[in-house]
Design a protein around this ligand. Structure first.
Ligand code: ARG
Ligand code: ZN
Length: 877
């Protein structure tokens, strides 16, 4: 451990800033190794602060060198300021003044990818959450909002494009022949929304006319060789702008909106005011290089960042504990946009499946936190699935409780009341309450309580009185620092299914209906349904109306009935998942007991009728066909046995494949897309069903299937079909696997994002000496440890490689720990994310658990960044 233990900050300690910065004027004299930043900050004491003589304390970083500082025209001598622990402290200041500050930074050596850094040939920035302090000394907190004017000076021949937030207001030459460009952003913003880009970039131009008739210039910038891959992003942007006007009444505010793609980026993308910066993996798309999944991701991320212009920028967060205020809300908004654009059921299944796999695991681990955390050591560690995905679920529950119109009234009031402010989650809920005249006091516990609630449901039916009774109890397990929990307000959308697969009507609250939202808000509760004609099968938690674990003892027959007969598409999927989970967990137990795995599966007959029904949505059928993932089954296991889970999945897959060989062949052949590639719901559905069927068909061992998959690989005119075929060939270890992997690399080695796919598949490939292969990949000339996408591809592939990663000798874990230690200082954010698999150590079967723990201890013995320290120390606690 480092000498000093990094300290936590607490929400309860929040205080308004002692100073405000009305205007921020920045000048960047850009240089790869020595960039000089001059800031002129118009500072005054905050009238709301109670500390009338507080010193001025500005945030900085160990990588920022202070050259000089002046108050108004007075250059401060060394005795009048103090720089230590990354803070610049000035004890005596006037009540209002201009602080001029000159700093030196080294973009070329910035490996953390926070602040100003280089990515291939360009300069770019990432300032959320606390990156701006790596550029210059500042009040780097979101409740300090300022009007920014930014001048960029650079050599125009190498950096013809120079961008910052807002509008370009001036351009000219400096005395030494360089070019300067000045940008002005009229909207007050916190420093985390600042952005700067400079490079030799190509641009795609377009325009959008807003609802009030203003023309907005839209510009997407990339390096020259990628400009042919941004049409889809541009189209997604225009559709997002229109959707936000129609669904939320939100209009864009500047005359220009820009997006830039960069290759080296820690996260997905960033909503800087008027100048979004994207990881190129979330922006570039072309049929030949991009899979359907990646297309949908581009669309969702473009929408997400655009939507932040209101939910995040115009109304921002008071402090970082409120992060879910903007992220949960904005994820809910982008999910709704995608659902409206494609199929809402398919989108919901994908989102819920992800939540139940990854967020539930986080909620059950040592890093569990409420969507509004009470404390943190390093805020970068809290850009989590809980803040984002569970945060979106909480907003969705408010939507369910208030209805679409009530929710819109609430969001209108929220934007109107708080435009230009930095606010809290409580402010958001208050706007929802005030606009609808409701009391959400109990509901607000979702913001402060961590952990996934478990709903236990039993029922009874009285034939004579025709009443059906549901007994519901709720329990949220303890999480770190929260041993006991209060009852939550949980909306449970429910209906009843009759014996003939018809929805049964019932009377609740004196009203005859076929669907109801039950308000579960006590530890134990009873709900009575009257006038129920026969004993029903309950369809509970429709559309996944709350982020909880539902425990009702469905029989196999009931699940089969829901799977084919529920009017709620989401619950049809949910029933099929439950059925598959039951069978898989049964196989896991048999495997662990050393028994033969069962040759009986009701999924076979379930899938058989599914495949025979041509009225169903192909995308839904494909989702139902894909068995619960290794990760999801791990999350469900009390004690995780990766090898047993893997064996169970493989067994059931083969059983289904061999039983339904002919059916899969038929589906495969019936779902060929002949039209030119489009990322449309219809085509995506067909391809996903076709490739799901192909995967089973090949697994059956059929020779015709093997030729078909190789043929598909060779003839494919789009990456979805090509890469699906390649993955099937590799995962089924067909004879062609080695040759086609090499051919794929040769064909695509000039396309960095495709190389990442190749890296991931190579790393996940089951082979004799898996770890040797992975080490070779990291030595490969096309691997680059400075590029987070490449590192994530290899380490992500390793994570899927059960044999190699969970090798009983612990070598997989040791290798991962080596990478964490290597990245710890170079790029703490990435290093900290790599720790995630190890944080599950307490739940692993004993032999693996010990090995994981000892690697965590080895990491803990290093001099750690705050990021890694927090995750590792909490995991070992
Ligand atoms: N606000 C960005 C988004 O969700 C995420 C940026 C997070 N960056 C970070 N370094 N933690 O769209
Ligand atoms: Zn976001």
């Amino acid at each position: 451990m480092s000498e000093q233990t990094p300290a936590a900050v607490f929400l309860k300690d929040y205080k308004v800033p002692d100073f405000l910065i009305d205007k921020t004027e920045l000048t960047f004299d850009l240089d790869e190794t020595q960039t000089v930043v001059t800031s002129r900050l118009h500072i005054r004491r905050n009238p709301e602060s109670d500390a009338a003589t507080a010193p001025l304390i500005l945030d900085g970083g160990e990588d920022v060198k202070l050259i000089g500082v002046a108050i108004d025209k007075y250059e401060l001598p060394k005795e009048e300021y103090n720089v230590s622990n990354d803070k610049l402290v000035i004890t005596a200041t006037p009540d209002a003044f201009i602080l001029t500050c000159e700093t030196l930074i080294e973009p070329q050596n910035n490996t953390r990818l926070e602040g100003l850094y280089r990515s291939s040939s360009m300069f770019c920035t990432q300032c959320e959450a606390e990156g701006f302090r790596h550029i210059t000394y500042y009040l780097d907190r979101p409740d300090v909002m300022s009007v920014f004017t930014t001048t960029i000076i650079a050599d125009e021949s190498r950096y013809p494009v120079m961008l910052s937030n807002g509008n370009e207001i001036e351009r000219g030459k400096t005395e030494d022949g360089k070019t300067f460009v000045t940008w002005h952003d009229p909207f007050k913003k916190p420093a985390y929304l600042f952005a700067l880009v400079a490079g030799d970039l190509e641009v795609l131009n377009d325009t959008f006319t807003t609802m009030s008739g203003r023309d907005v210039a839209l510009k997407i910038f990339t390096e020259k060789h990628n400009i042919d891959k941004v049409d889809f992003a541009m189209d997604s942007l225009k559709r997002s702008m229109k959707w936000d006007e129609e669904v939320y009444g939100r209009e864009y505010d500047l005359d220009i909106f820009m997006i830039v793609a960069v290759d080296d980026f820690n996260m997905g993308a960033m909503e800087n005011k008027g100048l979004n910066i994207f990881n190129s993996s979330c922006l570039l798309a072309s049929p030949e290089t991009t899979t359907d999944d990646a297309y949908l991701r581009v669309e969702a991320v473009v929408a997400h960042e655009y939507f932040h212009n209101w939910s995040g920028n115009r109304v921002t967060c008071r402090d970082w504990f409120q992060l879910s205020l903007k992220e949960g809300f904005t994820v809910f908004r982008d999910q709704s946009f995608s659902a409206d654009t494609h199929s809402d059921v398919v989108k919901r299944v994908e989102d819920v499946s992800f939540l139940k796999t990854a967020q539930f695991a986080e909620d059950a681990g040592p890093m569990a936190h409420p969507i509004r955390p009470a404390s943190f050591i390093e805020i970068s560690n809290f850009y989590t699935l809980t803040i984002y995905e569970k945060g979106a679920e909480v907003v969705r529950m408010i939507h369910t409780l208030l209805g679409a119109d009530g929710f819109r009234k609430g969001s209108d009031l929220y934007f109107e009341r708080h435009d230009g402010q930095a606010v809290t989650c409580d402010d958001f809920v208050s706007a929802m309450e005030d606009a609808n005249g409701v009391d959400l006091t109990q509901f607000k516990r979702w913001y402060s309580q961590a952990g996934t609630p478990i709903l236990n449901v039993t029922d009874s039916y009285n034939e004579t009185t025709q009443t059906y009774t549901l007994n519901v109890s709720q329990m949220t397990p303890p999480t770190p620092n929260q041993p006991t929990k209060l009852a939550l307000h949980i909306p449970v959308r429910a209906g009843l299914i009759g014996p003939d697969n018809q929805p049964l009507s019932f009377t609740v609250d004196g009203k005859e209906q076929t669907e109801v939202v039950l308000h579960v808000n006590q530890a134990e509760q009873t709900f009575i349904f009257e006038n129920v004609a026969s004993r029903p099968v309950p369809s509970l938690l429709r559309g996944f109306s709350a982020p909880v674990k539902l425990d009702y003892g469905y029989t196999t027959d009931q699940l089969l009935q829901l799977m084919s007969g529920d009017v709620d598409g989401f619950n049809r999927w949910s029933a099929s998942q439950q059925l598959a989970v039951n069978e898989l967990l049964n196989c896991v137990q048999q495997y662990q007991a050393g028994k033969d795995l069962t040759e009986e599966s009701s999924l076979v007959s379930g899938f058989e009728s599914l495949l025979a029904d041509s009225t169903l949505d192909s995308a839904m059928v494909a989702l139902i066909l894909s068995l619960p993932s290794q990760a999801y089954l791990s999350e469900l296991s009390g004690v995780i046995d990766p090898h047993a889970i893997k064996a169970a999945r493989k067994h059931l897959r083969l059983l289904i494949a061999s039983s339904l060989e002919k059916e899969f062949k038929k589906i495969y052949e019936a779902n060929t897309v002949t039209d030119a590639y489009q990322a449309s719901a219809g085509q995506i559905a067909k391809r996903s069903l076709k490739n799901a069927a192909l995967s089973y068909w090949v697994a059956s061992g059929n020779d015709e299937a093997k030729s078909a998959v190789v043929r598909q690989y060779r003839n494919a005119d789009n990456m979805t079909d090509q890469f699906s075929a390649l993955s099937i060939i590799v995962n089924n270890q067909l004879a062609e696997a080695d040759d086609l992997m090499s051919a794929f690399f040769e064909q695509w080695k000039h396309e960095s994002l495709v190389v990442n796919k190749w890296l991931m598949l190579s790393a996940s490939r089951e082979q004799e000496n898996g770890l040797v292969q992975i080490k070779e990949l990291m030595e490969h000339p096309y691997f680059d440890i400075k590029n987070p996408n490449k590192l994530r591809a290899v380490i992500g592939g390793l994570g899927q490689n059960v044999e190699t990663f969970h090798n009983l000798d612990g070598s997989g874990y040791a290798f991962l720990a080596d990478q964490i230690i290597l990245m710890n200082k170079r790029n703490p954010q990435i290093a900290s994310r790599l720790c995630t698999p190890l944080t599950r150590w307490k739940r692993m079967e004993s032999r693996l658990s010990e090995k994981m723990k000892s690697q965590l201890e080895r990491i803990a013995s290093q001099d750690l960044s705050k990021d890694v320290y927090e995750v590792v120390s909490k995991s070992l606690a």
